[in-house]
Design a binder for this molecule. Structure first.
Ligand code: NAD
Length: 509
């Protein structure tokens, strides 16, 4: 690959080839009988390497082995499973920089965010290790003499994980770390445009399983697109499918899984707002908006897309933002100082351009940006638009660094605008008023899953349950008690006497 090969030398440090890679770890072996695809660098659209995706036959080999492995894995004591996840965390730590670099190269996010994303998986491993000793059930008083009721949490068996391009390893971490300590095998399909990350992550996990003489099929991973995703959705051997991606595809997956009485965990589109009240710390708010709207080139599910400004601070906040937007360095995500990397694909760039046309046709006024950057790569300008909150386009998620500035007069009006979109992922208010804060997090406040105060909409910690309401899908992943979704609850009533008293005092003959 000429001069490119030097740039990609680091790939060998994480088990990747800069030419040809088998993309599927099935039955503890690397193989591939599906299409050969090139993975591209979004900064120049040049190929990084080639990957062989999975065929449906590969999928079937993988699922058969995974079904067998599930019987072994669910019987390993939970704290021992935790120790395996601890080792995965250690393996990730040792390759943190290389993996972060790969994320920047293949997904296009800036290096600090690439490293941060891998760190998030490490954090999830740490969290899951502790959790492996706390999958506690409960003992419930029975109304009958010599009876005892208890709740046990048992593994589901296999958890399917389908992930999106924008968080190609963190979302795996949210799901897989928890699913594994809960005693489930994992079947993972990453995004078709980030196969090298899927392979590199899987290699680390596979090495840990091998070192511990465990079946490799405990972690089954495949590269591919909708065909493999649909196979997971349809597969009755997979009781839970965790899906992260667009609302449109997520809804279709939910219907397929429900039709076979399976469960879904959905993390779908967001359309997140930041409200700046008249008493807000303007500096704090402006810095937060910059990170929330421009970070990851607007390609986070939690990206701030709507900025709701109190009429008294509208001009002041916008003035600050317009100044800082002009200083945002656009460029190669691996270069020091870059704040805005490319969009992920040429299609994303076209979507941005199309989106700006629609915005203008609905009365939107471009205050800054609004154009794609000429030349190679999928770069676009960070954009602020002045528009009415009633415009139809404001209700949609445009996956790019486009921020709508909207004006309001009262707290109630701001909350109503926040809640007026189909999505319900993340939201944030900037205020110093305790009254506003408590109203905001209460029943008449934000209807989102993430309800922040004086911080951006993005950059969630793993300790809380992450997810959103309405068209965002209702799922909760990562911390808190999200683990319960990866287990089945057995409610057990045990009679240790010799009589048969019935519940509700029923006398049956
Ligand atoms: P996408 O819906 O196009 O793809 C997501 C995944 O679904 C990919 O792996 C894809 O191959 C797979 N897929 C496609 N068709 C399928 C089918 N018919 N059956 C099963 N699987 C199928 O989404 P994307 O463009 O990769 O990601 C961006 C979207 O993801 C945005 O809407 C973003 O908000 C959302 N997202 C949400 C969260 C969250 O936590 N709520 C996190 C990250 C991304």
């Amino acid at each position: 690959m000429g001069s490119a090969s030097k740039e990609y030398e680091f790939l060998s440090e994480i088990g990747l080839s800069s030419s040809h890679n088998l993309g599927n770890y099935v039955g503890g072996k690397w193989l591939g009988n599906g299409p050969l695809v090139s993975t591209l660098n979004p900064a120049n659209n040049q190929p990084i390497a080639q990957v062989v995706e999975a065929s449906l036959e590969d999928y079937e080999i993988g699922l058969k082995a995974c079904e067998e492995a599930a019987k072994t894995w669910m019987q390993v004591p939970a704290p021992k499973r935790g120790d395996i996840v601890r080792q995965i965390g250690d393996a990730l730590r040792s390759k943190l920089d290389y993996l972060g670099r790969l994320l920047s190269l293949e997904m296009g996010k800036i290096l600090a965010e690439g490293i941060g994303e891998v760190q998030e998986v490490i954090d999830m491993c740490d969290f899951a290790v502790g959790l492996s000793r706390q999958l506690n059930g409960s003992v419930i008083p029975s109304e009958r003499p010599n009876h005892m009721m208890l709740e046990m949490w048992n593994p589901l068996g296999i958890v399917g994980v389908i992930t999106a391009f924008n968080f190609p390893c963190a979302v795996l971490g949210w799901n897989a770390c928890i699913a594994l300590v809960c005693g489930n095998c994992v079947v993972w399909k990453g995004a078709p445009t980030t196969p090298l990350i899927t392979i590199a992550m899987t290699k680390l996990v596979a090495e840990v399983l091998e070192k511990n003489h465990l079946p490799g099929a405990i972690f089954t991973a495949m590269c591919g697109g909708a065909e493999i995703g649909e196979a997971i959705a349809k597969d009755t051997r997979i009781p839970l499918v965790s899906f992260t991606g667009s609302s449109k595809v997520g809804l279709a997956v939910q219907q397929t899984v429900s039709a076979r009485s399976g469960k879904t965990l959905l993390e779908l589109s967001g359309n997140n707002a930041i409200i700046v009240m008249d008493d807000a710390d303007i500096q704090l708010a402006a810095r937060s908006v910059l990170f929330a709207a421009v970070g990851t080139a607007g390609q986070r599910c939690t990206t701030c897309r709507r900025l709701l400004l109190h009429e008294s601070v509208y001009d002041k906040v916008l003035e600050q933002l317009l100044t800082s937007y002009k200083q945002v360095k656009i460029g190669d995500p691996l270069e020091k100082g870059t704040l805005l990397g490319p969009l992920h694909t040429p299609e994303s760039k076209k979507n941005f351009e199309k989106g700006i046309e629609v915005i203008k046709s609905q009365g939107g006024k471009v205050l800054t940006g609004g154009k794609a950057v000429e030349g190679e790569g999928n770069f676009v300008e960070p954009t602020i638009i002045e528009i009415s909150s009633d415009a139809a386009v404001v209700k949609e998620e445009l996956f790019a660094p486009v921020l709508y500035a909207l004006k309001f007069k009262t707290f109630e009006e701001a909350v109503a605008i926040n809640n007026s979109v189909p999505q319900g992922l993340s939201s944030s208010i900037f205020t110093r008023s305790p009254e506003n804060i408590f109203k905001w997090i209460g029943p008449m406040g934000s209807d989102c899953g993430i309800v922040n105060v004086n911080i951006p909409t993005n950059g969630a910690e793993i300790g809380g349950a992450f997810g959103g309401e309405k068209a965002t899908g209702g799922g909760r992943e990562a911390g808190s008690d999200s683990w319960k979704q990866y287990m089945r609850r057995s409610t057990c009533t045990i009679n240790y006497g010799n009589e048969l008293p019935l519940a509700q005092g029923i006398n049956f003959g």
